[in-house]
Design a protein around this ligand. Sequence first.
Ligand SMILES: [Zn+2]
Length: 219
Amino acid sequence: MKEKTIKSLEEISAVQRMLEQNGVWARQQYLKDAHYLARLDFQQSPNVLWIGCSDSRVPAEIVVNANPGEMFVHRNIANQVATTDFNCLAVLQYAVDVLKVKHIVVCGHYSCGGIAAALRPQQPGLLLVNKWLMRVKDLYRLNQNEIESLPTQRERAMRLVELNVIEQVQNLAHSSIIQEAWSSYEQPSIHGWVYVPRSGKIRELIEMQPRSAINPIYM
Ligand SMILES: [Zn+2]
């Protein structure tokens, strides 16, 4: 039998390392609870839909110590909930109408590259990213006086992160998927959070319970 060469971490690629670590992780899961993953093979029943940023520093399950099966997850640049985005809407519809999640969390984060980019002129060569961030630019424009009253660029970006989370929570509440769920099942509640990368902690910004009041023009 051919002897397997043991390579140092420096020698193997990042992707090979991921596959090796997957083996380690799967073994750890088995030792912790031999049947946990096998039970999930039959069905999932997560209580939470997480809508977060794609940023590598905010890994959804890790920052809330969640296990496989606990969260249905959708991530995109700057944690957007766009009513023109079929990807996000399909995730939302499945999570709400099929999985019947009890909570939706929109989690933004400080030091968000998407939010910082939205505060700068558009970048040539990144046409799709520019388009994706256009609604964050709109949000800046609508709140420009408040944001520009802050003394530093860092604080201005932090405030736009918060306003962006609140806006996405509102976008969810304005969707027909949520309004129908609220009137039919009295769930889910919607939570807007901000993750602080330097501390690893989450701050709560806003919460909307089922049947919360919304502007009638969205009803
Ligand atoms: Zn981000």
